[in-house]
Design a protein. Structure first.
Length: 308
């Protein structure tokens, strides 16, 4: 509690004043001298504590500045992952949209623009049945971090919980086949495989890959975790129903509003590197470079041009 900071001033001040007043009225010169000396010491300690408190507060503000910047950067990274996640729902698997500007530009989209994008999108089952645990856990981990809990406001913690809940709601809507119209065509140009079949060091994510002109080489367009009953639906194509598009756009806009205090910029998502790895523990760091243990090419990477 902030008022506790002034308790030492109050106690020192009252004790000093009390000693001064008693020294004026006591008849014993020895006792009066002692009380006068205590009063002088009280004034000294009051002034000394004042200077100590001023310096201490200055140091704390500087330290807290570093801590808040650390928290902001950590949250900015989580938000960037979220923006990249919904980028695939808004723009689909168009690799031309895999730019920093497009992803950060999502926060500027109005609700009606978000609705138009998601309503006019032709979805692969791989996009809509993906579990959101990986993204949601990023926010949950921060909200359970002791540094964040100590140096952030109660409102910030509540907003992170709301973001996590919104992600769950978004997943619920997308994974409900009743919110979609099944199209006749399928994503025959794609193939879904287990990442470990290409490289045992990969985790158990499924990969959405596309063939290239080279028979032994593939491009990874997406990755994620899925429930077993959804495996057979991942290459189906779907169109979102109007009511669901309205609900999704509302959720996306509300979530972006909650993220406003920590929105990332180009400087705190990729630093000084030209290539930024989107999801931690991904399969390959560079586009156009074969994996050490398999001929796996990755398109799920953003290339950011350094600004002059």
């Amino acid at each position: 509690m902030y008022w506790l900071r002034f308790l030492p001033y109050l106690s020192l001040g009252l004790a000093t004043v009390a000693c001064f007043l008693v020294a004026e009225f006591v008849k014993s010169e020895d006792l009066s001298s002692i009380l006068t000396s205590v009063t002088s010491s009280g004034v000294f300690f009051f002034v000394a504590y004042f200077f100590y408190d001023v310096i201490r507060q200055k140091v704390l503000r500087k330290e807290q500045g570093y801590i808040h910047e650390h928290i902001r950067r950590k949250l900015a990274g989580c938000i960037f992952n979220y923006l990249y996640f919904i980028k695939k729902l808004i723009y689909g698997y168009n690799l031309n949209t895999n730019t920093i500007d497009n992803i950060l530009g999502i926060v500027k989209l109005e609700k009606h623009e978000l609705k138009n994008h998601v309503a006019n999108q032709s979805y692969l089952g791989f996009q809509i049945f993906k579990l959101t645990n990986e993204i949601r856990n990023l926010f949950d981990e921060i909200n359970g971090d002791t540094v964040f809990l100590k140096f952030s406001s109660h409102l910030d913690s509540v907003n992170l919980l709301k973001i996590s809940n919104n992600l769950q709601s978004l997943e619920r809507i997308y994974r409900d086949a009743n919110n979609f119209i099944l199209c006749a065509e399928k994503g025959i140009e794609f193939k879904v495989i287990d990442g470990r079949t290409l490289n045992p060091d990969n985790d158990d994510k499924l990969l959405l890959i596309k063939k290239t002109a080279y028979e032994s080489r593939f491009v990874v367009y997406d990755s994620g975790y899925f429930e077993l009953p959804d495996y057979e639906l991942l290459l189906n194509r779907y169109v979102l129903k109007t009511e669901a598009a309205e609900e999704i756009s509302n959720l996306m806009k509300a979530t972006l509003t909650l993220m406003t205090p920590w929105l990332p910029d180009i400087d705190n998502v990729h630093g000084s590197e030209k290539i930024f790895r989107i999801i931690r523990g991904f399969f390959n760091e560079k586009t156009g470079v074969a994996n050490n243990k398999s001929n796996l090419y990755v398109a799920d990477i953003i290339e950011a041009q350094k600004r002059i």
